[in-house]
Design a protein around this ligand. Structure first.
Ligand code: AHM
Ligand code: MG
Length: 321
């Protein structure tokens, strides 16, 4: 089976392949560290600091952020980085001549670290808008998702997998930790058009608008011809893991606005946008409940938005209102 970089050779420009090389190298380091969680007192547990959004940072979040940032700097092909863990975007001066900026959630689902549940890294890659040779500007990062060049996630789970698209289909690679490389396991993956799973934190049901309440009720009630249930609920609380299951099995993931998170909880630039790009490449779609996620014009780096994503039939059902 082809390795990640040999597969990409004919599909993406050399500069972008170097970015994927950096993601590969950093994710292998993070994966090894994730697999050791609990063994080193310096890695496991909360760090006691908060990120810009007032959320508790876990040591692995911060570690992953540093590993990815260093890999992007060294790649020579990334000029700017925006991360969930850092307030302001970084400019890599030594890469001023390069063309790409990247946005990442270095370790999504981090509240699951301490309970040994799947977590992931999410990334979105764009071409800069500012002139080559100079510093990056906010404009480089506040691009709508429809300008995205490539996106993906690494899921640290039963095995470590990288799921990505460079705009010509969605592909899944599995890490062989013995040999330190990713190998192709599924090419041009398609999400099942109808799904079986709805993934939503149902404790917030009373906060949902009427349309979403009716959709959840529909999923609870819907029966197949033989009288058995058509849908089932699954919610891990790690976007990467919930999304990945729904991608393979068919389903929908929803994080709407709630009383505690009036604009939704997930971040547009490095959570909702890359996942929307990926699901569209697989035949599904993502919205904020009204607008296609990739068409939202961002105004802030750490902007949140409601998120609905998944199989087209289930998405159509919730979107028809
Ligand atoms: P994080 O980026 O701080 O880890 O938060 C994002 C996570 C998602 O992975 C997950 O789907 C969601 O938060 C779960 O939130 P909740 O516990 O409110 O259901
Ligand atoms: Mg996160």
């Amino acid at each position: 089976m082809p390795t990640l970089l040999s597969f990409l050779e004919s599909r993406a420009p050399t500069e972008l392949n170097a970015v994927f090389g950096a993601i590969k190298d950093a994710s292998i380091i993070v994966s090894a560290e994730v697999n050791r969680a609990g063994l080193g007192a310096d890695i496991y547990g909360a760090k006691g600091t908060e990120n810009v959004q007032g959320e508790q940072q876990h040591k692995l979040d911060v570690y992953a952020d540093e590993v990815f940032a260093e890999a992007f700097r060294k790649s020579g092909q990334i000029v700017g980085l925006a991360s969930e863990e850092v307030d302001d975007a970084l400019f890599f001066e030594e890469n001023a001549e390069s063309d790409y900026v990247i946005m990442i959630d270095p370790l999504d689902g981090s509240s699951n670290i301490d309970v040994n549940v799947a977590i992931g890294t999410i990334f979105a890659i764009y071409k800069r808008r500012s002139p080559i040779g100079g510093p990056v500007s906010e404009d480089d990062f506040l691009q709508p998702g429809n300008e995205m060049v490539a996106a993906g996630y690494v899921s640290y789970s039963v095995s470590t997998q990288m799921v990505f698209s460079v705009g010509e289909g969605l592909h899944i690679f599995t890490l062989d930790p013995k040999h330190g490389d990713y190998h192709l396991v599924s090419e041009n993956v398609r999400i099942p058009s109808d799904g079986k799973v709805y993934s939503i934190n149902e404790v917030n049901y009373d906060d949902f608008d009427q349309n979403l309440q009716e959709f959840v009720q529909y999923c609870r009630d819907k029966r197949k011809g033989d009288g058995t249930r058509k849908y089932t609920g699954r919610y891990i609380g790690s976007l990467v893991a919930d999304f990945h299951r729904n991608l393979l099995k068919g389903g929908i993931y929803v994080y709407p606005s709630t009383v505690e998170a009036p604009k939704g909880k997930l971040r547009l630039l490095y959570e909702c946008n890359p996942m929307s790009f990926l699901v569209e490449q697989a035949g599904g779609y993502g919205t904020d409940g009204v607008t296609r996620t990739l068409d939202i014009v961002p105004t802030e780096l750490h902007q949140r938005c409601p998120f609905f994503v998944g199989s087209p039939v289930m998405m159509d059902e919730v979107m028809k209102g």
